[in-house]
Ligand binder design. Structure first.
Ligand code: BGC
Length: 253
């Protein structure tokens, strides 16, 4: 029997969001709960918030959790927008213990990989063939690369060096806000970034997501690149949906 309900938590640089997920439809069931990411975002402080969210929903099943980090077999390997003490942390073990669950009932994934997996299942079917890169524009830039719907995990294209800079330091959505850039000015930076990326991986399609994809009409039409660009269908909830699906299916990379 396939479970039709799951639970996902998306840990970001500014907020930690959790919700019940309908896995047949790829939609949230009811409202999500968002709590500000504690600062510093240490493993213990984040685990406390995650436990609070799970408690709030009274959820007892498996939990999928994303982190803005490279995750190998449940262990965080990087920490660009979270506390450096995450590096080397067995996130799977930490959350399993804090949530009183077996490690097999906690799935840890990179946030963009989780969002991408949700898009593959529930988004535009055009994303399921060929080489497809999903990019999330938020605090940083996340990436998920697929070939015929199959994920190549932990690609970290947000850290590509573009014109001598870490790409996300120039083209993340947070940079637009912090530097007070207009959409056209920010779109120029995204355009430059995507041009460098498309020249390296020659994708058939880019899917753009993250909070800023809600205002896609203000910047996506300004992009002048070779590759077709579509907006993520699940928008900002894709990470939660992908995490919930991974937990139920026992997917971890
Ligand atoms: C991190 C990635 C993450 C992305 C989006 C980057 O800074 O290195 O792991 O997917 O931000 O949150």
């Amino acid at each position: 029997m396939t479970a039709t309900r799951g639970f996902g938590i998306d840990i970001g640089g500014s907020g930690i969001k959790g919700a019940l997920v309908d896995l047949a439809e790829g939609r949230l069931i009811g409202d999500r709960l968002r709590i500000d990411t504690p600062q510093p975002a240490t493993p213990a402080a984040v685990a406390e918030v995650v436990a609070e969210i799970v408690r709030h929903f009274d959820w007892e099943g498996p939990v999928g959790i994303t982190l803005p980090a490279v995750i190998k077999k449940g262990v965080a390997q990087t920490a660009a927008n979270i506390d450096p003490s995450w590096i080397g942390t067995d996130a799977d073990g930490l959350f399993a213990e804090r949530l009183g669950r077996h490690v097999d009932d906690v799935a840890m994934l990179n946030d963009a990989d989780a969002a991408g997996m949700a898009e593959m299942r529930f988004g535009d079917p055009a994303g399921r063939t060929g080489v497809v890169a999903l990019l999330t524009f938020g605090t940083g830039i996340g990436s998920a690369l697929f070939h015929d719907g199959k994920l190549v995990p932990n690609t970290e294209f947000g850290h590509l060096e573009v014109d001598g800079h870490d790409a996300e330091k120039k083209a993340a959505a947070s940079v637009k806000d912090n530097e007070g850039l207009s959409y056209p000015d920010w779109a120029k930076r995204v355009d430059r970034y995507l041009t460098v990326l498309e020249n390296l991986i020659w994708p058939d399609l880019f899917i753009v997501g993250g909070g800023v994809s809600k205002k896609s009409e203000k910047w996506v039409p300004l992009l002048d690149i070779r590759t077709r660009v579509v907006v993520a269908s699940l928008q900002n909830n894709a990470g939660i949906v992908g995490a919930a699906a991974a937990a139920v299916e026992g997917i971890e990379h």
